[in-house]
Design a protein around this ligand. Structure first.
Ligand SMILES: C[S@@+](CC[C@H](N)C(=O)[O-])C[C@H]1O[C@@H](n2cnc3c(N)ncnc32)[C@H](O)[C@@H]1O
Length: 215
């Protein structure tokens, strides 16, 4: 299932300062969303951009095995520690979303949580998830997305064009990820949109959480 990538295949994702900041600030307020994201999953799962493994504790025991792909070395090392404490089998591997180191159709499900905002090429990342997930399998997603409001969207665009991707590990605030999932050939099965703020002074940012199916 796991195909070790050639060193030359791996685009460089190196954000050690962001990685340490994220590990300190990622909030338990999101735990309920992580639980909802992963509820009911079973079989084999590929999680892309798994970070330091905040989702691992929420995989139900019906999951046989998780391959957690993480390119950033600081986060990956922490993910290995989190995997050792998880109640399901989690193998943490090096890799990038645009070139997943796995065979075609080898997973029952894929998971993308707060990562499709950060990948360099979102459509390629989604094409790779589609390739890795078997026909009929599902993609679980939990992502922040572009605002519907003109003023908020303008501020998001300004942040994306200036400081935000630099301080937030390549993150972008203006991605229309739900549409991108559909464009990648997934059928949206369920999706809900809500605002979430990790706390003041950060305003509520729109998020989508749901399930898409690979036809
Ligand atoms: C905000 S963190 C989210 C981490 C984790 N998914 C979570 O829910 O806590 C963004 C993650 O995307 C990862 N990432 C960035 N570029 C990536 C890429 N090209 N391929 C895979 N993961 C990537 C980062 O290393 C980081 O782990």
């Amino acid at each position: 299932m796991y195909v070790r990538p050639m060193a030359t295949d791996v685009e460089r994702v190196h954000h050690p300062l962001f990685a340490r900041l994220y590990m300190r600030t990622a909030t338990a307020a999101e735990d309920a969303y992580r639980g909802e994201l992963l509820a009911g999953l079973s079989g084999t799962v590929i999680e892309v951009g798994a970070g330091h493994g905040l989702n691992f504790a929420f995989y139900p025991e019906t999951v046989e095995r998780v391959v957690a792909v993480e390119p950033e070395s600081v986060l990956r090392a922490a993910a290995v520690e989190a995997a050792a404490k998880a109640s399901v089998e989690v193998d943490v591997v090096e890799g990038v979303a645009s070139r997943l180191p796995v065979a075609d159709g080898s997973f029952d499900a894929g998971v993308a949580s707060l990562v499709l905002c950060s990948v360099a090429d979102q459509s390629q990342a989604l094409a790779e998830l589609r390739r890795a997930i078997r026909p009929g399998g599902e993609l679980r997603f939990y992502e922040h997305v572009v605002s519907h409001g003109a003023v908020a969207r303008g501020l998001q665009r300004l942040a994306d064009a200036t400081f935000w991707p630099r301080v937030a590990g390549g993150c972008h605030l203006t991605r229309d990820t739900l549409s991108a999932i559909e464009r990648a050939g997934f059928a949206i099965q369920s999706s809900r949109r809500f605002g979430f703020s990790p706390g003041p002074p950060v305003p509520a940012i729109p998020h989508v959480l749901g399930i898409a199916r690979r036809p």
